[in-house]
Design a protein around this ligand. Structure first.
Ligand code: ADP
Ligand code: MG
Length: 479
C-alpha cells in the first residue's frame, strides 16, 4: 500500500539537499514529484528519463542517505519516468538507488503510454497557438534523432536534446550544445526542431544560423524595420541558433539577442544554441549574454571513438543504401579520426569513385582514397611561430617566456603545450622543435610531448581545451 504521509520527509530531505548543492544544480535536477512511500522505498516521478537518470547518477545515493538519516532506517529511492519514443530505443541505465544489502529495491517504473501525444501535452507550459506559416523553415529534414548515432562521445548531449524536444521550454532552458567542427551540433539542433515540429505542429519554431540572424538584423537596421525583426523573433515558441561564436565582436546583434533571449525565456519559450567552444571561452562577448547562455543545460560533443565511428559508417551506408565490406568499414573507422563530417565525406568519395569505374568498393580503393583525404585534412603548412604566438596568447605569456629559460610552472606547461602542438600539426622533428625553444634537447621535447599526452588522457577538461587550441592553431597559422 502506498503511504502518502511521508511526503513531509521528502520535503525535509529536499530542504537539506537545497542547502548542500549548488543552486543551479538544484534547480536543474531536483524537479521531481513525490508519489508515495512503499516497502521502504520513496517513489518519485520525473517528467522524462533523462532527468531521472541524471538525478539518480548525480544525487541518488546522496538523497538516499539524507532520507535514511531522517527516517532512521534504510530507505531506497525509485524514480518513475516516462521514456519518450526516442528514448525507448536507447540503452538506458537502471535508475534505482538502493543499499547493497537490500533485496527489495524497486525497479524503475517506466510508464510507456501508447498515446504519447495526449500524455505529453498535459505537462506542457502554456504555449500560444498560431498559424503554421513557414514554421519549419530552415529545418533540415534529414537531421533527425533517428539518423543520429549515439556513442560515448554524444550520449549526454543526445539525451539532453531528446529531453528538450520532448518538453520544450520547461526544464532545460536554454540548452547549449558545444564542440568542435563536424561533431553533430547542427544535426542535434535540427533534430530537436524536427521532433518538436512533428509532435507539436502548433508551435512556431525558428531555426537560424548566427550568421543569418546577424545579417537579417543588420538589414532591418538598414531598412528601418527593426520592429518587425523584434516581433518576428520575440513571438515564437522555439528559437534555435546555430554557431553562436559567430556573434563574437558583434556588439549590436549581441545586444539584440540579449533582449530576444529575455523575452522568450521569461515566457518559457525554448532556446537552443550551438557553439564551437564552451560559452565561457567566447571572446569579445557581452558578459550578461554569455551568462544567459551558461545558465541552462550545457553539453558537449567530443570526437567519437573507434566503435562509434564504425557504427556511424554503418548508419550512413544504410541511409545511402550501400554496403561496404567489414574490412573497408574498419579501415575507414581506423583511419579517419577527426570528426563525423570527414567520415561522411570519405564514404561519399569511396562511393563516387567506385561508381565511376563501376566496381565494388575494394579495400585498395578505400585505402587510396583515405590516403588522399588524410593529406587533405592536414593543413598544408603550419607556421611554427604562429603556433607559439597562439599558445603564448592563450596562456597570457610573452613569446620570449615561452621560448626562454624560465621554469615556473605555468610557463613550463605553456612551453610543453606549444611543443606538443607543433609535433602534432607539423612535420618538425623533435630536434627541430627543440631548436625553436632556446636549443633545447630533443629528449626534452619528447618528454614534454609525453607529459601533455598523459594530461590529455587523464583530464578531459584539459583535453578539450587542447582540442580547441589545436583547432585554433590549424585555422590561424597556415602559411
Ligand atoms: P557540426 O555542426 O558540429 O559542425 P554537423 O551537425 O554539421 O556538425 O555534422 C556533420 C555531419 O556529420 C552531418 O552530415 C551530420 O549528419 C553528421 N553527423 C555528425 N554526428 C553524427 C552522428 N552522431 N550520427 C550520425 N551522423 C552524424
Ligand atoms: Mg554546425
Amino acid at each position: 500500500m502506498i503511504d502518502e504521509s511521508n511526503e513531509a520527509v521528502w520535503q525535509k530531505a529536499l530542504e537539506i539537499a537545497k542547502s548542500q548543492v549548488p543552486e543551479s544544480e538544484f534547480i536543474m535536477w531536483f524537479r521531481l514529484g513525490y508519489l508515495g512511500f512503499e516497502n521502504g522505498t520513496i517513489l518519485l516521478r520525473a517528467n522524462n528519463t533523462f532527468l531521472r537518470d541524471q538525478f539518480m547518477r548525480k544525487y541518488g545515493d546522496f538523497m538516499r542517505e539524507i532520507l535514511s538519516s531522517i527516517m532512521g532506517m534504510q530507505v531506497n529511492l525509485s524514480v518513475e519516468a516516462q521514456p519518450s519514443a526516442i528514448e525507448q530505443r536507447l540503452p538506458l541505465q537502471k535508475a534505482t538507488a538502493s543499499s547493497p544489502n537490500t533485496q527489495q529495491a524497486a525497479a524503475p517504473v517506466e510508464t510507456i503510454t501508447s498515446d504519447e501525444e495526449t500524455s505529453n501535452n498535459s505537462s506542457y507550459p502554456a504555449y500560444s497557438r498560431h498559424a503554421q506559416e513557414s514554421r519549419t523553415a530552415n529545418l533540415q529534414p534529414r537531421y533527425t534523432f533517428e539518423s543520429f548515432v549515439v556513442g560515448e562521445n554524444s550520449n549526454f548531449a543526445f539525451n539532453a536534446a531528446a529531453a528538450v524536444a520532448e518538453i520544450p521550454g520547461t526544464s532545460y532552458n536554454p540548452l547549449l550544445i558545444y564542440g568542435g567542427v563536424g561533431l553533430g551540433k547542427t544535426h542535434l539542433m535540427h533534430a530537436i526542431g524536427n521532433r518538436i515540429a512533428e509532435r507539436h505542429p502548433e508551435l512556431r519554431i525558428i531555426c537560424v544560423t548566427a550568421e543569418d540572424f546577424t545579417n537579417e538584423f543588420i538589414k532591418t537596421i538598414h531598412d528601418r524595420t527593426t520592429n518587425e525583426f523584434k516581433n518576428k523573433y520575440r513571438n515564437i515558441d522555439v528559437l534555435l541558433i546555430d554557431d553562436i561564436h559567430f556573434f563574437q565582436s558583434k556588439h549590436g546583434v549581441q545586444e539584440e539577442l540579449f533582449h530576444t533571449f529575455n523575452a522568450l525565456y521569461d515566457s518559457s519559450k525554448q532556446l537552443v544554441f550551438t557553439c564551437d567552444r564552451p560559452a565561457s571561452d567566447l571572446k569579445d562577448f557581452s558578459e550578461r549574454l554569455k551568462s544567459r547562455f551558461m545558465m541552462g543545460l550545457k553539453t558537449d560533443l567530443t570526437t567519437p571513438g573507434f566503435e562509434t565511428r564504425a557504427a556511424i559508417i554503418r548508419k550512413k551506408l544504410e541511409l545511402y543504401k550501400r554496403t561496404f565490406s567489414e574490412d573497408v568499414i574498419n579501415l575507414i573507422a581506423k583511419s579517419i579520426e577527426t570528426n563525423v563530417r570527414d567520415l561522411d565525406s570519405c564514404i561519399h568519395q569511396i562511393i563516387a569513385y567506385s561508381d565511376l569505374i563501376n566496381v565494388e568498393p575494394t579495400y585498395d580503393i578505400a585505402q587510396n582514397i583515405i590516403k588522399q583525404l588524410t593529406n587533405a585534412f592536414k593543413p598544408a603548412a603550419i607556421n611554427v611561430s604562429s603556433i607559439i604566438k597562439i599558445v603564448a596568447d592563450y596562456y597570457k605569456l610573452p613569446i620570449s617566456d615561452l621560448k626562454g629559460k624560465k621554469r615556473s610552472k605555468n610557463i613550463a606547461l605553456a612551453r610543453q603545450v606549444a611543443m606538443y602542438i607543433i609535433r602534432e600539426t607539423t612535420d618538425y622533428s623533435t630536434t627541430e622543435i627543440g631548436s625553436e625553444f632556446n636549443s633545447r634537447d630533443h629528449t626534452t621535447v619528447m618528454h614534454s610531448c609525453q607529459k601533455i599526452e598523459d594530461l590529455i588522457k587523464f583530464d578531459s577538461i584539459f583535453a578539450s581545451a587542447m582540442n580547441r587550441l589545436i583547432q585554433e592553431c590549424k585555422e590561424n597559422s597556415s602559411t
